[in-house]
Structure formats: C-alpha cells, structure tokens
Design a protein around this ligand. Sequence first.
Ligand code: HEM
Ligand code: HEM
Ligand code: FE2
Length: 453
Amino acid sequence: MRYRSQSVAYWYFAWAMCLFGLQLVFGLLMAGKYLGPDPLIGVLSFDTAKTLHTNLLVVWVLSGFMGATYYMVPEESRSELFSIRLAYLQLGIWVAMGLTAVVGYLFGWNAGVKLLEQPFPLKLVIVAVMLMFLFNVGMTIYRARRWTVTEGVVLAGLLFSALLYLPALFRFDNYTVETFYRWWTIHLWVEGVWEMIQGGFLAFLLIRLSGADREVMEKWLYVIVGLVFMAGILGTAHHYYWIGVPKYWLPIGGIFSALEPVALVGMAMYAYFAMRRSGVAHPNGLAIHWTVGSAVFTLFGAGLLGFAHTWPAVNKWTHGTLVTAMHGHAAFFGAYAMIVLAMISYTLPYLTHNRSEKGSTLGYVAFWLMLGGMFGMTLSFATAGLGQVYLERIMGMGYLDTQLRIQVHFLMLIGTSIIFSAGVMIFIWDFFRTGPKLADEENAAGEPLVEHA
Ligand code: HEM
Ligand code: HEM
Ligand SMILES: [Fe+2]
C-alpha cells in the first residue's frame, strides 16, 4: 500500500464479505424450499428469500467495486484520496441502508420490481451514496491532475451505473412499460457498464500481475469496451420478447444479443495473451488464479450459457425457467463475484498485517472449492431447467407436478452449493484472519507501510 488512504478499501471489502455470507444463507433456504416441506413458509416466503438473495448479491458486489476503486485510484493517479472521512461517512450510510433494506424486506417493505425491490426512500439513499463516492473519486483525480485509461474506464462504468439507476426511480402503472424500462437498469448494468468496470479491473490486475505493457493493455481495453456496447445496448431487446411490445424487438434482440459473447471472447483472450506473452511478474499466484479465472468463467457463464438461450426460438421455451437461474449464477459469479475476489486477493497482502504476497494455502482451497461448487450448481440448475422445460412447456404438465419430478436436481444443487459455501466460508475466514492496516499507522510507526510497484 503506497497511499495511506487506500486502507479504506479494506472496510468496504469487509462489508462485502459479510453480505456475501448472508447471501448464501438465503440461497440455501430457497434450495430447501424447492425440495419442501418448508417449515419456514409462514415466516419467510420464497419471494422474500429471493429478493434478499439477489439484493445482497448486488450490494456486496457494488461494495467490492467501491473498495477496489478506492484502492486503485490513488495508485493510478498517484495521490491520496480527496477525503478519507467522506469515504468512511459514505460507508456508514451504505451499511445503514443495507441493514434497513434487509430488515425491511423481512417485514414486507418491498417495491415489488424484480431486482429493483429497494423501496423509494432507500433508492434515494443509494443515489446519494453514489454521488458521494463519485465526488470523492472525481476530486481525487481532479486534484492529482493525472489519470490513466484503466481508472477512466472503471470510473466511466461507475458513473453510467449511477445514471442508469435513475430510470428505476420512476414507477409506471402499465406493467409492460415498467418491465421495458426495468431492463435499462438491469441489463445495461450487467451486459454494459459493469463490463467496463470488470474490464478496467482486469487491466489493472493484468498490468501488475503479468509483465504486460500498459500502453498495449489500455489500447485493447478500448476495443473490448467498444465490442461490449456494439452488441450490449440493442441486446437489451432479448428481455423484450414476451412482454407485450412490438414484434420487431424479436430479431433485434436475437441478433444483437447473440453478438454479445464476442466481447467476452475478447476479454478471455486479453487475459490469456497478457499472461502468455508477458509471463508472471508478481508473486501473487492466487490473484492470478482469480483474475484469469474471472475472464474464463465469464466466457462460460455469460458468453456460452447466455448465448444458449438468447435466441427467440429457444427463449420461447426456456424463458423464466431454471435455465435462466443456471445462466444467472454462472454469469454473475464469473464476471462480478470473481473480479471482486480477484481485487481482494491482490490487495489483501497490502491492506492487512503479516500476510504473504503469494496468497495462502487456504486461499487456494477456497478458490477451487468455489469454482468446483459453482460449476456443479450450474449443472444442477441446467439439468433441472431442461427437465422443467420438457415436462412443463413441451409435455404441458402442471408447474407443481413438474417440480416434484425434478427434485433430484435440487438434491444435487444442495450438495454442490454446500461445497461452494465451504469455499466461501474459507475465503471469508482467510480474509478476517489477520488485522487491517489503519490509515494513521504510518505515522504511529514512523515508517512507511509496505511498498510495492
Ligand atoms: C456478465 C454478464 C451477465 C450477467 C451477470 C447476466 C445475468 C443474468 C441474470 C441474473 C438474468 C435473469 C434476469 C431476470 O430474469 O430477472 C439473465 C437473463 C438473461 N440473460 Fe444474462 N447475464 C449476462 C450476460 C448475458 C449474455 C452475454 C447473454 C447472451 C448472449 C445473456 C442472455 C440472457 C437472456 C436471454 C436472459 C433472459 C432469460 C429469460 O428469458 O428468462 N446474458 N442474465
Ligand atoms: C449457496 C449457494 C447458492 C444457492 C443454494 C443458490 C440458490 C438459488 C436459488 C434456489 C435461486 C432461485 C431460483 C429461482 O428463482 O427459481 C437463486 C437465484 C439467484 N441466485 Fe443464487 N444461490 C447460491 C449462490 C449464488 C451466488 C454465489 C450467486 C452470484 C454470484 C447467485 C446468484 C443468483 C441470481 C442472480 C439469482 C436470480 C436468478 C433469476 O433471476 O432467475 N446465487 N439462487
Ligand atoms: Fe440481458
């Protein structure tokens, strides 16, 4: 850690770890509910559990993005953060918002819009937090009068994420209209501006972990971002097939979203060639696993498994089934969970005491358990989903009858998600195993904190 203010990143990561753990509790509860009988039915409904599961995911990933940005910007702009205090105040409000949302959801305080369930007052708090964050980071760069393409891409991604959240503040009486705009936020986040954030972090990590030349890496980063938007913007229409909008959205959605994997192939090649051509220039092998792993798993979960059901002719059968859950898990994990875990694995030796730069054995165990577990979960959802599509949509069997016949796949889901959860628990344990370095420690000890290139 070169700059004392980078230490704020630790606390954002710590919050992300807590929410990650809690997210899994609701995932396991939902898997249990699918198997039934459900003793909690009167206390926690499936939809409340799902709201909590997905919202916790989004909030922990965003906390990770914020922490990683607070670590990255001082290094890229070669300056302390504009205000450490503001960063902590922002975290305090963010944590309070998160806790209120969790309790609120448990008591039915829910806006009822899928993935945007946050009640209106909390949405306003989220906007305020984003503004504080962007102001702090923006002022840091403005004051330093120095910026790099890598941080610029991450920041543009975060700025657009905030802007794209604005349509979510409006409510529409017409369900079709509401669904139409809902995807401006959700789809354009995960298949647009968040991919900029992932790409920027990928560049940051690859430049440090391999010996790759910054100029070359940043040039290709532009190409990847260009490819993301070329397909991703009109690709939104792959959510418009059956919602009551004109038919011309079908070919638009099919063609453009089918092109989306091109950018993801680009991203995987980006990581592969950086490592292959420039070799390894850093001892942190664990961070290399997460970094390259993220690019590869995104290609699998988002690229391949997204492509598999994005054509109208396929989606007409699979829409809203467990096939969607299959893709949702693998894509979100590969792209956004793994890139945050990569940034954590890279920065942790600098943010905490007594930690080897190489990454711990525990860290590797966590990596492989999570990877294997998530692969198994993806297969469980896939087999359940295919069974569901066949029995329910092709044979015309009722929804609940179908569910009874695919229960074995939920046993498989529970088994594989226990493996996955074990990996997450080990990661979290490894994270909290050693204490953090504090922002004022440098002065107290009279010597600088660990330096690195
Ligand atoms: C990292 C990138 C991605 C993430 C995190 C992601 C995540 C998700 C999630 C969570 C859903 C469920 C949304 C809902 O129904 O509320 C979904 C749906 C969908 N995704 Fe993705 N996705 C990504 C990339 C892609 C790509 C590249 C494609 C196409 C090539 C794709 C195709 C689809 C389709 C067609 C649906 C709708 C499924 C249905 O009709 O039920 N996704 N995605
Ligand atoms: C212990 C591990 C986990 C279990 C048992 C689990 C289980 C589930 C279940 C049963 C659902 C509901 C599917 C449905 O609506 O039919 C779900 C939804 C979802 N989960 Fe998980 N999950 C786990 C971890 C994760 C992780 C790590 C991620 C992301 C990195 C994730 C992302 C999602 C998403 C995006 C949805 C919504 C998908 C949709 O819209 O259909 N889950 N999960
Ligand atoms: Fe999409």
